[in-house]
Design a protein around this ligand. Structure first.
Ligand code: MEV
Length: 291
């Protein structure tokens, strides 16, 4: 790359509770992870990503960010330690990093709230609907809760769109160990979000499940704040069952969750599902055998 290079990076995330229902304004809890997406940018002629052109189909987030800003000349080089389509927030991290770099290059405001809002708008456009949980976690880091019970977190910004609104808070989290199991199956978030939307619109039962995930997530946030790992684990496993009923789990995810229950407080898919990853909250000893 010639010219002044601007570098920005952002972390991936794992969702502890509340994916999918958060799209409809329910609560969710996520943690940033120590795997990051990094991008270097500098002015160029035309758009070049790692030395090649981009396509809206293969690079929807980059295409959307550049199109929304009328950018047609830019060289971008990327490096990621977050597998794409793994449920670990690779698109949110990409969006946060690229938007951060572009804002720096143009001398625009680079505060967390402005970045989080633009990254959210990008995901919303690409997925056809979205919540701010992934993008806000990538931008802010640490523990992030959306629509948490009062007093559990410190509100950092508020986002509304499409009839839903989300108060995003920084939430303290006790020391916990999560193991991530990756199915090896890449799953795009957009189609899964649309599948849940259609199910909810056509079926009262789906709305009840979404409400129940909201309740489980609120209880889970209280468990986190009381450092009650047993209860949190139980709620994670319950959440996985509810997400399975919504149709976003798969055989491979269920197998990984079942296999980990003996060694964990609880386990569930994380992210949009359909493949991707699951998480298990680890105990230091083996739990009693299943009946
Ligand atoms: C994906 O990581 C999380 C979903 O809830 C989608 C979203 O919140 O935008 C499935």
């Amino acid at each position: 790359m010639n010219g002044r290079i601007i570098r920005a990076s952002a972390p991936g995330k794992l969702i502890v509770l509340g994916e999918h229902s958060v799209v409809f304004g329910k609560p969710a809890l996520a943690l940033a992870i120590d795997r990051r997406f990094r991008c270097d940018i500098c002015p160029g002629s035309g758009i070049l990503l790692n030395g090649a052109g981009i396509s809206p189909r293969l690079h929807p987030h980059i295409d959307t960010i550049l199109r929304r800003r009328n950018i047609s000349d830019l060289r971008i080089e990327t490096e990621s330690r977050i597998p794409s389509g793994s449920g670990l927030g690779s698109s949110a991290a990409l969006s946060a990093a690229l938007i951060g770099a572009v804002r720096l290059m143009r001398g625009e405001a680079c505060g967390e709230e402005a970045l989080a809002l633009e990254a959210f708008e990008t995901e919303y456009e690409v997925q056809g609907r979205a919540s701010p949980i992934d993008t806000s976690t990538s931008v802010h880091g640490g523990g992030v809760a959306v629509n948490c019970p009062e007093g559990l977190g410190t509100p950092i910004w508020h986002i509304s769109k499409g009839g839903n609104s989300w108060t995003v808070s920084d939430i303290p989290v006790p020391e916990m160990t999560f193991v991530v199991g990756y199915t090896g199956i890449k799953a795009a978030t957009g189609p899964l979000v649309q599948k849940v939307r259609k199910y909810k619109e056509s079926n009262r039962f789906a709305s009840d499940i979404i409400d129940e995930i909201g309740e489980v997530t609120r209880d889970g946030m209280r468990a986190v704040s009381n450092d009650d790992k047993d209860l949190l684990g139980e709620l994670m496993t319950r959440d996985h069952k509810l997400l399975s009923i919504l149709g976003v789990s798969c055989r491979e995810l269920n197998k990984l969750v079942d296999a980990s229950l003996e060694y964990s407080y609880g386990a569930k898919l994380t992210g949009s599902g359909g493949g991707g990853s699951m998480i298990a909250s680890l105990t230091s000893r083996r739990r009693s055998a299943k009946p």
